[in-house]
Design a protein around this ligand. Structure first.
Ligand code: PLP
Length: 489
């Protein structure tokens, strides 16, 4: 059990790991998309004792191959369309390994990993039209990006009324204005979580009405903000979506930016899933106004296929973000040492993490490997497959499509004439269909609830998928509906 391995040993095990990676990714299409763990597996894992004695690495890799690899989450398979989880770009897989080999903390400093994060952040800044001086950092995902953005927004809003929220928190200010955050019905749950974590309480959320396509209504927001300001509330932020998780709907970002500018309220745009589609010419008009936001979140681990975790947050007011987070102990002082050991201002001054992983390498590799051109093709491929699936659903007699179908998400539900408009019975049927499809192992989709009703939901962020794969998904769903409607099935 040596800590320091010889180069030969590293190579031998590394080749074996490379074989495991190759086998896993190549064999996935021939395996079930999903197979549940054996019934006793979790109990065994939970009661397992921490080993007293070390074991040979080959034994451990054998166990990985036997007990772990055969039970994937499902993503990676050409017929996986659940949630927003892509297969990993292979360069990103190796990027993760190389990053671990260097194992820096990217809190800050003057080293290669810091430079790479600045490079990657700069690319996104320019892609999204954010100005040069704005701040950006890679984070675990959009949940963290939302927390960071809303913390900066809270800091700014409180600062406007002379309230040092970092020092006094939210306690003991009985006369303080009611801090308020504005969300649409389709906002991802991570925003409510962030509001709660920031101590604002979910009661401080105002839900802005949506239009018939579930997009946040700018006129309604305008009225709400005017009324709330007149009532003495203190608006913290408006959260808009550049591709909602349910239907891929894009909020009217330009109109919302106008309203926020008029009332001097922070606009945060959740581009976790849809943000990368700004690369596509046909979506630029709708997505380019992300540039007008105060902060944007975008997840390279979603529609840029970078292995989890890789999120990004951009904040226009870099000094404001630093004010909201910076807490530099004396042993980490960085000022005036741009070209020395300390390097540029530390990333850790702009967010929640101190020791930070080298996320930039896998993102950098993927962006360099595909380039904008490659990504445009991959995104267009996913959208074309989603449109094909939607067209198939439209033609299927017992299925109804959620219209309009947005980005690469397709929501639909079984609605056989036999059940008429009995909403409860239809929900039960669709739940049973979902479970039958997921456990069947041939294809995988997830679900959502909209308008109080249960919908099946397929999200195609999967360059491994082909036309015949999405056709098969449709056939599998139709077979599941038929089976559920067959007495005794
Ligand atoms: C639109 C949207 N926003 C936010 C999130 C949360 O992002 P993360 O899971 O990276 O924290 C998701 C995750 O699916 C999402 O689809």
């Amino acid at each position: 059990m040596d800590f320091t391995w010889t180069a030969e040993e590293i190579r031998r095990v590394g080749y074996r790991v490379a074989d495991l990676v190759a086998e896993h990714l190549s064999n996935l299409p021939d395996e079930p998309v999903f197979r549940p763990l054996p019934p006793d597996r979790l109990a065994r894992a939970q009661s397992s004792a921490l080993p007293e004695r070390g074991q040979p690495v080959d034994t451990l890799l054998d166990e990985f191959a036997r007990e772990i690899a055969p039970y994937p989450f499902g993503n990676g398979h050409p017929r996986f369309y659940g949630w927003v989880n892509s297969p990993p770009a292979v360069v990103g897989v190796f990027g993760a390994a190389l990053a671990a080999a260097m194992n820096p903390s990217v809190a800050g400093g003057n080293h290669g990993a810091v430079a790479l994060e600045h490079e990657v952040v700069g690319w996104f800044r320019r892609l999204l039209g954010f100005p040069e001086g704005s701040a950006g950092l890679l984070v675990s995902g959009t949940s963290t990006a939302a927390l960071i953005s809303l913390a900066a927004a809270r800091h700014r809003a409180c600062g406007h009324v002379g309230w040092d929220v970092r020092a006094s928190g939210l306690q003991g200010r009985g006369d303080s204005p009611r801090l308020t955050v504005y969300l649409g019905s389709e906002a991802h749950g991570c925003h409510q979580k962030a509001v709660e974590l920031l101590g604002l309480g979910s009661a401080s959320i105002r839900h802005v009405p949506g239009d018939e396509r579930l997009r946040l209504r700018a006129d309604a927001l305008d009225t709400m903000l005017a009324e709330d300001l007149a009532d003495g509330r203190l608006p913290v932020a408006v959260v808009a979506s550049a591709g909602s998780v349910n239907t891929g709907a894009i909020d009217p970002l330009d109109a919302l930016a106008d309203v926020c500018a008029r009332h001097d309220v922070w606009l945060h745009v959740d581009g976790a899933y849809g943000g990368p589609a700004v690369m596509l010419e046909e979506l630029r008009p709708e997505l380019a106004p992300m540039a007008r936001a105060d902060s944007v979140a975008l997840d390279p681990h979603k529609w840029l296929y970078v292995p989890v975790d890789a999120g990004l947050v951009l904040v226009k007011d870099a000094a404001g973000l630093r004010d909201a987070f910076s807490l530099v102990p004396p042993y980490l002082r960085t000022d005036g040492d741009e070209h020395g050991v300390q390097g540029p201002p530390w990333f850790s001054e702009f967010g929640t993490e101190q020791t930070r992983p080298f996320r930039a390498l896998k993102v950098w590799l993927a962006l360099r490997y595909f380039g904008l051109e490659g990504y445009r093709e991959l995104l267009a491929h996913d959208m074309a497959l989603a449109r094909r699936l939607a067209a198939g659903v439209r033609q299927a007699p017992a299925l109804v499509l959620w219209e309009p179908q947005g980005l690469s998400i397709v929501c639909f539900r079984a609605a056989p004439p036999a059940l008429g408009d009995d909403g409860e019975a239809l929900d039960r049927l669709n739940r049973a269909v979902l479970s039958r499809v997921q456990l069947g192992g041939e294809a995988f989709l997830s679900s959502t609830v909209m308008g109080g009703r249960f919908w099946l939901r397929a999200c195609v962020v999967n360059p491994r998928a082909t036309e015949s794969d999405v056709d098969r998904l449709l056939a599998v769903v139709q077979a599941a509906v038929a089976a559920e409607l067959t007495p005794g099935a």
